[in-house]
Each structure stands twice: as structure tokens, then as C-alpha cells.
Write a protein that binds this ligand. Structure first.
Ligand SMILES: [Zn+2]
Length: 291
């Protein structure tokens, strides 16, 4: 979708609200309070009101667009820019493009990134590789540890043919079998072929993942060249885009989302909008800049 396609499809506020209503109720209307399937028109054009309990619902309520304090059209622009820019877009740049405050762009972008969080519905079934890495602190080349904290991240990739088709990552506290296992069970099917290094934390997981094998990592991970390359790519992007490791999990989600969808560019905008409509809203205070 080019910016011209986007502008033709969403010329004004009404077209955006209408589209949200379409996405929200595309599988039919069900009242969230009483389960009734009949509705009548509400006060605003695309609102729906339950005929039984009179519960009134707008296209944005109970979605990540809920209580957006600026125009939905501008919110759509943010989703568009975030989903179509190859490496993501900073809140400063969004602020400049849209004439919104940087803080406003930042906090709405956090919601878009929440829409990018993996659904966990598509586990790796083929060949998986798993490894942990340290992000932040000296590892990132920050002199005198100015940016402070290091964080441990576990990554999993799916190998397909000669390349990598998918990646997932999670911030963990330590490389214990418990934490590694929780992540792996979330993203990898237990029937998949899994390769890890010889770290002890992976050994007990052989009872869950029957095709798990452990191989020497080698110098600088030479036995895991693809995984190593993916991790380097992520770290490079993080350095260039985000400069710190606060909110690291959201950055990982954003990066993985984009990586996992690089072969379906034409649907990424629609897919992201749909996820934002289907996701429950969450307290804004969690996402304040000082959180
Ligand atoms: Zn109802």
C-alpha cells in the first residue's frame, strides 16, 4: 500500500471509523454485555446499540483505538507509517509529519506495537534454533555503561530452505530451564526439530521437545550462523532506532513482527489494524512516558 492508495482509501475521519466498524463486526455483532446478536443504530453513525440491554458501543470501544485523544485519521496515519516503513519510524518523525506532540505519537505508537505482539497462534513446526544474548550495557559499546542495564534475551528462529522464515524473542531474567522452556513452549511446537547450544539450561527441556539436540556453539556462534546474523541485525536496528533498553520487549515484538511479515507487505497494514481492533485496550497510565 503506497501513501496514495492509503489517502484514496482514507480521505477523512468518517472513512476510518467506517473501516474500523467493518473490521470490528466482520464476523457479526455480539453484545459484549449480554451476548444478544441484535442491534439497532446508536447516536453516532457507526455505533451499535444492543436491542436487549441497550449497551451502546462505538467502533473504537474495547479496541486499541479506545479513547484516542486525537483524530482517528491521524491514528491511521501512524499505523500506516509504522507498518509500511521498512525499519520503523520514530515518534519524533511522526510528530513532525502529523503535527501532533511527540509524547502523543510515542504513546500511540506503543499501542501499535502492542498490536504487533505475537499472537502465539503460529508456532514453529519445522527446524528451530534457540539462543540467548545480552542486550544493552557494555555489550552495545556504550562507554562507561552510560545507558545502564543489560538485559538477557532469548531468540528462536525457524529455518526454511536456505533462509530464516520467522523469528521470536523474549526478555528473560536468567537462562534457567524454566524461563527458556516457557518461551520455547510459547513459540515452538513440541514436535519441531530444535537445535540449541550446550548450555545446561536446555538439557531438561529434552523431555518436552523430543527432537531437541545440543551442539557446540563454536567461536562467536559459528555453528549457528543464521541465528547469529539475525541477532546482529536486531541489535543494529535497536542501536539505530531506540538507543536504550527500556521497553525492550516491545521493541523485540516490533522487530519480529516486521521480520515475520516481510513477505506479505500488501497485507501488513490491514493485518495490524485488525489486531488493534481485536486487542483489548489497556490502562493508558501503563504507557505514560515515565512508566
Ligand atoms: Zn446487550
Amino acid at each position: 500500500m503506497t501513501i496514495f492508495d492509503f489517502q484514496a482509501k482514507f480521505p477523512d475521519e468518517r472513512s476510518c471509523i467506517s473501516y474500523l466498524a467493518e473490521l470490528k463486526w466482520k464476523d457479526g455483532y455480539v453484545c459484549p454485555k449480554c451476548g444478544n446478536k441484535k442491534y439497532c443504530a446508536g447516536s453516532d453513525e457507526f455505533d451499535r446499540q444492543c436491542t436487549k440491554c441497550n449497551y451502546l458501543e462505538s467502533p473504537t470501544s474495547r479496541t486499541l483505538f479506545h479513547k484516542t485523544k486525537f483524530s482517528i485519521l491521524k491514528a491511521f496515519y501512524i499505523v500506516f507509517y509504522v507498518s509500511t516503513s521498512k525499519k520503523g519510524i520514530s515518534s519524533t518523525e511522526l510528530s513532525r509529519k502529523l503535527g501532533l506532540r511527540q509524547k502523543t505519537c510515542w504513546s500511540f505508537k506503543q499501542k501499535v506495537m502492542r498490536g504487533m505482539k505475537s499472537s502465539g497462534n503460529f508456532k514453529i513446526t519445522g527446524n528451530a534454533e534457540v539462543d540467548e544474548t545480552v542486550v544493552g550495557g557494555q555489550e552495545e559499546g556504550v562507554r562507561g555503561r552510560k545507558n545502564g542495564k543489560k538485559k538477557l534475551v532469548v531468540f528462536a528462529i525457524e529455518r526454511k530452505g536456505k533462509g530464516v522464515s520467522r523469528m521470536y524473542g523474549k526478555v528473560i531474567n536468567k537462562s534457567s530451564a524454566k524461563e527458556l522452556g516457557e518461551f520455547m513452549k510459547d513459540v515452538i511446537d513440541t514436535d519441531a526439530t530444535v537445535k540449541t547450544d550446550e548450555w545446561l539450561g536446555y538439557t531438561p527441556l529434552k523431555k518436552d521437545f523430543i527432537h531437541l539436540s545440543q551442539v557446540k556453539s563454536g567461536k562467536k556462534g559459528e555453528n549457528f550462523p543464521d541465528l547469529h546474523r539475525i541477532i546482529m541485525g536486531f541489535k543494529g536496528w535497536l542501536r539505530g532506532m531506540h538507543h536504550n533498553v527500556n521497553y525492550l520487549q516491545r521493541y523485540i515484538d516490533e522487530y519480529c513482527y516486521r521480520f515475520n511479515r516481510c513477505h506479505m507487505k500488501e497485507t501488513i497494514f490491514d493485518n495490524l489494524l485488525l489486531r488493534m481492533v481485536k486487542a483489548d485496550p489497556f490502562p493508558q497510565k501503563l504507557y505514560s512516558i515515565n512508566a
